[in-house]
Every structure is written in C-alpha cells, then in structure tokens.
Design a protein around this ligand. Structure first.
Ligand code: NAP
Length: 249
C-alpha cells in the first residue's frame, strides 16, 4: 500500500468539495504538476462542476474514505466542504489519520453581525423554528435537507429558497427554486416582493451568499442565524491562498 506521507511520491490531492471555495481551489490548481481530484456527494442533479477530475458519491463512511485515500495514493486531503457538512468533515479527520495522509480543512470565517443588526444567534434548526414569532413572513435559506425542522411552524407564511425542490412541501409554503450567488439587488427585491420579516440562514460565512444579510439589514428584516456544528480538531486554513501555501510546503 502506498503510504500517504511518502515524500518521494508525486502529490495527489483530494478535495472534498461541493462549495464555491472547492471549485476555486481546483481552478487555482489546474495545470500544476499535482494530480487533483474533487469529490462531490452527488446531492444535486446538476451540480456546478469544478475543473479537473471529479468523483461523485459517498465513500462508505470514514473507513471507506480511508480505503479510497490509500488505494488512490492520495498524499494531501483538503476538506473544503460546507461548514455544516459535519459528517464528512469528521470522517475526513478519522480517515486521514488512518491512511496517514495530510489533512487541511479550508474553513472560511463565520459571519458576525453588524453593530445594529436585528440578528439572533441560535444553536440549531429546532431553535430557529422556536424563535419564529406568530404572523412572521419567513424566508428559509437553509437548503433542502433540513426543512422538516420548520414543518411544525404555524401561523406564519413560509418561503423556502432551495436549489432543487424538496419532495414534501407543507400546505401554504412557497418554494423558490434558485441557485446563488445572488446580488444585493436580487436579494432586496425578494425580501420586498414577499414582505419578508424574518430570514433564517446557516452561518456559512460564504462571501458569495452574504448579500442576503446586507439586504436584510437594509430592510430591517430579523435574521435567525444558525450556529455552525462543532467539528473535530484539524489543521485549518481560512483562505485559498493559505491552502495553496500548505500544499506547496
Ligand atoms: P454530510 O452530512 O457531512 O455528509 C453526509 C454523507 O455524504 C457523508 O458521510 C458522505 O458519505 C457523503 N458526502 C458528503 N460530502 C461529500 C463529498 N464532498 N464527497 C463525497 N461524499 C460526500 O454532508 P451534507 O451536509 O449532506 O453535504 C453534502 C455536500 O453538499 C458536501 O459536499 C457539502 O460541501 C455540500 N454542501 C452542503 C451544504 C450544507 O448546508 N450542509 C451546503 C452547501 C453545500 P459517506 O459516509 O458514504 O462517505
């Protein structure tokens, strides 16, 4: 079995992707000597693809990922998944250790509220649902997978913005199918059109998705900000530049 830390082996980089950062990293690595593969979970039917080699689908837990790292002779693993993709990030830590592969987590900083923002930090989806007051007009921008946490919210008008519509939609909800990034003007128009009073979002920290916060601030829309899940310790970089330096070291 090729050991991941063999210093004479050519670098082979596996990027755990599904984010704009992962695509940007693959873009920056294109044409360099290293062999680069991006891995996607396969959640969306028409994903935005990165340049270069792509593999799709789960590995079969931490054990499966460790096996893939060894069999593919990966030397460097970059976890550039979304900050809320906690399972794959935890698996990456275990698998990198088991396969003796260097791991870096590319993790953008979390958003912080402007001084006068109407912003409530909540620990998770159920807490966000509990904090929605009666008669609110709510825009959910949390993706498709965790909408069920809001199915029990009553006496409110709910709009859910998703890339692909969910299979189950509660009566009275409006699904807005759209793929970001969105401009500030688009976000303002959306809030205005639907007279939104509350925006629910995960604290992804993505600069590509920050326009909704700016628009909410401008329109006095309350923000229910869901905190990031805790992840196991790993070496971390906040930017693509720092990730490239780590890869070059
Ligand atoms: P998750 O809960 O952490 O992962 C669930 C399982 O999906 C993992 O155990 C793994 O299956 C598989 N998986 C996840 N990411 C993968 C990847 N990049 N390559 C191969 N397999 C992957 O993840 P999630 O929250 O469902 O997110 C899935 C993907 O969507 C991630 O790539 C993430 O970057 C992207 N995404 C997530 C969010 C979000 O809010 N969660 C938002 C935007 C984009 P096995 O155990 O079988 O290996």
């Amino acid at each position: 079995m090729t050991k991941g830390n063999d210093m004479t082996a050519p670098k082979r980089i596996l990027i755990l992707g599904g984010t704009a950062e992962a695509r940007a990293l693959a873009d920056r690595l294109a044409g360099r000597a290293e062999d680069v593969i991006t891995s996607l979970a396969g959640r969306t039917s028409a994903p935005s693809l990165p340049v270069g080699k792509v593999r799709t689908g789960g590995f079969g837990g931490a054990e499966g990922l460790a096996r893939y790292l060894a069999e593919t002779a990966v030397t460097h693993l970059v976890d550039a998944t979304h900050p809320f993709a906690a399972r794959i990030s935890a698996n990456a830590v275990i698998a990198a250790r088991a396969a003796n592969v260097r791991l870096l987590r590319l993790e953008r900083p979390a958003w912080t509220p402007p001084a006068d923002a109407n912003w409530i930090d909540v620990p998770d989806m159920p807490a966000a649902a509990r904090n929605i007051p009666e008669n609110a007009r709510v825009l959910l921008t949390i993706g498709r997978q965790e909408l069920a946490a809001f199915h029990g919210v009553s006496d409110c008008t709910i709009f859910a913005r998703v890339i692909e519509p969910p299979e189950t939609v509660p009566t009275g909800w409006t699904i807005i199918a759209a793929r970001g990034p969105f401009t500030i003007d688009q976000e303002r128009a959306l809030l205005e059109t639907h007279a939104i009073t509350h925006l629910v979002t995960k604290n992804s920290g993505s600069p590509h998705m920050a326009a909704k916060l700016e628009a909410a601030h401008a329109h006095g829309v309350a923000v229910l900000m869901i905190a990031r899940p805790r992840l196991p310790e790993a070496e971390t970089a906040a930017t693509i530049e720092d990730t490239l330096s780590w890869l070059s070291a």
